[in-house]
Design a binder for this molecule. Structure first.
Ligand code: NAD
Length: 472
């Protein structure tokens, strides 16, 4: 008989574990959900009396407000969480390896392994262990080997793969109404029963026909495949944006026209300064590594190109800024609006803004940064990490963090829109124009603002996927 889940533990209180398990707690008041993490300050923020949560996600505070203290708990007591649960999500980070075999491509599975070993050491009763982190194919097998080799008598572990498809910025709506929930299990009787137990949890709010059950390895690969296909779409439209700039075509019109084809569809066809975030690049590189390990060099090269196109897009955009500003930005002030990798999140991992700012710094420009959500400390950390050889004091001489868009644009030569925050649409551009040095340039890396309106005010506007205003 499938186990009726009454206690869930989630290891990892990050961008995935936090929102996912908070929503499970909200939708399943009969299940006690404890989210554990080793990071004390993160857990403290999840527990903060004023709901100053460690991550920004629209709708998240409401969810936590309703469930926290009722059946949702955050703790650093990992062992207690493991011991008490009948189902454990492993939702720890799986970054790209920085050294050793596969450095720069393979996923670093150290956190997954440590969490798995902890489960094996601590568990005194049988558990369903659910791989929520994005992992390479067959990681579940390694987890099973570790668990079985270290388990106590009478403890059995069933491993499931349940990759998370939420997108940051829309995590709560994605979790409330997922396109699908994917659960992978072994085809054994125990595997199928464990799968039923988890499916029953989701069935509290997800329609049955959206809960897909597949084999373990298909489930693991599906997550990498989904991210690779999404990123590929962005790189495809970005590659076309370069052709538009060179020919006079308009990428928005091209996207609109091709999106009408029902085989292509209109979503994810927005050209931009490049994709960022903790997942796309990491997961594609992981797929590249997997393909190479499987002796499929052509497949590896195909996916690698998606990442290379993304790097090219960022470089191309910073070069366009320099070219347009009369081939030099030395000593000029550039306002960068947006630092998060996309709107509606405070996450800056792999944000295109970091690369652009680094390029502007190396051209010896001054940079003003404004982002509505990203903490100052995070910006300094990211800029230091991007330029490890430059002391932070020198970076601070070149870069200023501002508290509003208007302040950031004051006395600037150019404004660069790096993140598509809606509030940038409401900026008083007349006011911005008055405060800037002339000619005043706007570089829209997100197809956000009305270029015609800004041109009428007096700006020289350069938009991604359109020929330059100066050249036109
Ligand atoms: N961020 C996304 O949009 C997204 C979407 C889908 C899937 N994923 C995948 O989900 C996984 C988690 O991503 P994230 O963005 O939440 O990462 P994150 O870095 O925000 O959170 C991971 C958390 O795990 C904690 N942790 C690590 N090892 C631990 C251990 N042994 N015990 C307890 N806590 C531990 C860390 O302290 C950290 O707080 C990754 O594999 C990622 O690829 C992420």
């Amino acid at each position: 008989m499938p186990v009726k889940v009454s206690k869930i533990c989630c290891i990892g209180a990050g961008y995935v574990g936090g929102p996912t398990c908070a929503v499970i707690a909200l939708k399943c008041p009969h299940i006690t959900v404890t989210i554990v993490d080793l990071n004390q300050s993160r857990v403290d923020a999840w527990n903060s009396p004023d709901f100053a949560l460690p991550i920004y996600e629209p709708g998240l505070v409401d969810v936590v407000r309703q469930a926290r203290g009722r059946n949702l708990f955050f703790s650093t007591d990992v062992d207690k969480g493991i011991e008490e649960a009948d189902l454990i999500f492993v939702s720890v980070n799986t970054p790209t390896k920085k050294s050793g075999v596969g450095a720069g491509f393979a996923a670093d599975l150290n956190y997954v392994e440590l969490a798995t070993r902890r489960i094996a050491t601590v568990a005194n009763s049988s558990k369903i262990v659910v791989e929520k982190s994005t992992v390479p194919c067959r990681t579940a097998e390694s987890m099973r080997t570790i668990l079985e080799a270290n388990s106590k008598p009478n403890c059995r572990f069933d491993i499931l793969s349940n990759p998370e498809f939420l997108a940051e910025g829309t995590a709560i709506t994605d979790l409330f109404k997922p396109d699908r929930v994917l659960i992978g299990s072994l085809e054994t009787r125990e595997g199928v029963e464990a799968c039923q137990s988890l499916a029953e949890v989701y069935a509290n709010w997800v329609p049955q026909d959206r809960i897909l059950t597949v084999g373990l390895w298909s489930s693991e690969l599906s997550k990498l495949a989904a991210n690779a296909m999404l990123a590929q779409r962005i790189s495809s439209i970005n590659a076309l944006s370069a052709i538009c700039e060179a020919t006079g075509a308009n990428i928005d019109e091209v996207a609109h026209a091709i999106g009408y084809d029902s085989r292509i569809g209109p979503k994810f066809l927005k050209a931009s300064v490049g994709f960022g975030g903790s997942c796309f690049q990491k997961d594609i590189l992981n797929l590249v590594y997997l393909s190479e390990s499987l002796h499929l060099p052509e497949v590896a090269a195909y996916w690698r190109q998606v990442v290379e196109m993304n790097e090219y897009q960022k470089r191309r955009f910073s070069k366009r800024v320099v070219d347009t500003l009369f081939n030099t930005i030395t000593g000029k002030r550039i306002a960068v609006l947006g630092f998060a990798f996309k709107a509606d999140t405070g996450d800056t991992r792999e944000s295109a803004a970091i690369t652009l700012i680094k390029d502007f710094q190396s051209e010896r420009a001054f940079v003003n940064i404004y982002d509505p959500q990203v903490e100052e400390e995070q910006i300094w950390n990211d800029l230091s990490e991007a330029s490890p050889l430059i002391p932070i004091e020198s970076i601070k001489k070149q870069v200023t963090i501002c508290h509003s868009a208007i302040e950031a644009c004051k006395n600037a030569e150019a404004v660069v829109i790096a993140t598509e925050w809606k509030e940038f649409l409401e900026i008083d551009w007349e006011e911005v124009y008055k405060g800037m040095n002339k000619p005043a340039f706007v570089f829209d890396g997100r197809l956000l603002v009305d270029a015609e309106k800004l041109t009428k005010i007096g700006f020289k506007v350069t938009t991604i996927g359109r020929p330059s205003a100066v050249a036109a």
